[in-house]
Design a protein around this ligand. Structure first.
Ligand SMILES: *Cc1c(COP(=O)(O)O)cnc(C)c1O
Length: 376
């Protein structure tokens, strides 16, 4: 069993992916070829966000976003400690300070009610992460940002395709950044990403920063980066859009089915909560268990791959521990000890899913996990 089944996806899309790649090989415009603009148009249409800038990766999108808003050394960015390191990495790279706000224990997303207390005169932006594919409390976060003159940047690396209050992830804040890393809900065959914004000036800045700060050929208006997305990778994402709606429906259905099967098994496994005004596209299908090493080993022994997103909160990571005491963010600390991601992709079969849940339930009982309340 695969953790993310990219082979079945390629088999289903082979004709259009191969044709798209062949077209790029024929026209030969490997850098900033026509597929780049075509992808940007397709993604603005899909997300509803007014502007899209395709870039080299999700990390690059986050970096370019912070450069576009003019983040300066010493500026603070409020974010969650329970995320992939890239979220804080880009802040620190620019000399900024990540200020960590703890998560809600049931969704693992940033707790919006704790944000306002951490705002200082140096705060420049709030960067919530749509973890596992569920948007955080964006309405509350946008209101806080409005009151304090801050920019909101959604780290939507895991949530492309998710819906929040009827709008798509990447169109629920001034800026959003997503990733096309192969295993993300919308992936390419290498590195890629995109920045979305409702602000035309930020879009223009991002376009310039993407190509070394050029506003015209060899006219460097600002400091930028080499942040373009390859034409070939854009072609792959365009081909994958052919069945993306189906894949999202499938992820939602498989996520619901995991929940139903796990609850029906009676096993002491805590499900993540999904709020009623949004959905979760399950970039990872993540649950919480007590004795994770034992459960993971039992699944491994049955040939079922699992992963941990993430084993340490960022305020416990040597490179990113800047602002905080080790005991801060207690919910993030507990989540890091208990989260376990199960196989998930649009091509996961119901039979394989049944087997995952059967082995998981058995492992949780024999490893002596104590019963916990279900979040969902
Ligand atoms: C994957 C991911 C990133 C980085 O994306 P890349 O395309 O790998 O650079 C950033 N933030 C989160 C939350 C991610 O999951």
């Amino acid at each position: 069993m695969q953790f993310t089944d990219l082979k079945a996806q390629y088999a289903a899309l082979k004709t259009s992916i191969d044709a798209r790649i062949q077209r790029v090989l024929d026209h030969g415009q490997y850098i900033m070829g026509p597929e780049v603009k075509e992808l940007e148009s397709a993604l603005t249409a899909y997300s509803g966000a007014p502007h899209c800038v395709a870039v080299a990766s999700g990390t690059e999108a986050l970096l370019i976003a912070l450069m576009a808003i003019g983040l300066k050394p010493g500026d603070e960015v409020i974010t969650t400690p329970f995320t992939f390191a890239a979220t804080a990495e880009v802040i620190v790279l620019l000399g900024g300070v990540p200020v960590y706000v703890d998560i809600e224990p049931d969704t693992c997303n940033i707790d919006a009610s704790l944000i306002e207390a951490r705002i200082t005169p140096r705060t420049k932006a709030i960067m919530p992460v749509s973890l596992y594919g569920q948007v955080a409390d964006m309405e509350a976060i946008n209101q806080i940002a409005l009151r304090h003159g801050l920019v909101v940047i959604e780290d939507a690396a895991q949530s492309f395709g998710a819906t929040y209050q009827g709008k798509k992830s990447c169109n629920v804040s001034t800026i959003a950044c997503t990733s096309f890393f192969p295993s993300k809900p919308l992936g390419c065959y290498g590195d890629g990403g995109a920045l979305f914004t409702s602000d035309a000036a930020i879009a223009q800045a991002a376009r310039e920063i993407r190509v070394h700060g050029q506003s015209g050929r060899y006219h460097h208006t600002r400091v930028g980066v080499g942040g373009r997305m390859d034409t070939l990778q854009c072609a792959v994402v365009l081909a994958k859009l052919d069945r993306f709606d189906w894949e999202i429906q499938r992820r939602l259905a498989l996520g619901d089915r995991y929940g139903r099967l796990i609850r029906a098994s009676g096993a002491p496994v805590q499900l993540l909560a999904v709020r009623p005004d949004r959905d979760c596209v399950w970039a990872q299908y993540t649950v919480m268990v007590d004795d994770r090493p034992a459960v993971q080993a039992a699944l491994q022994a049955e040939g079922i791959p699992t992963a941990v997103h993430y084993p340490k909160p960022l305020h416990h990571q040597p490179a990113y521990a800047a602002d905080c005491c080790p005991d801060c963010n207690p919910h993030s600390i507990v989540a890091a000890q208990r989260v376990l991601s199960l196989p998930m992709s649009a091509d996961l079969t119901e039979a394989d899913q049944d087997r995952v849940v059967a082995v998981l339930a058995n492992a949780c009982v024999t490893s002596g996990c104590v019963a916990v309340g279900s979040g969902a």
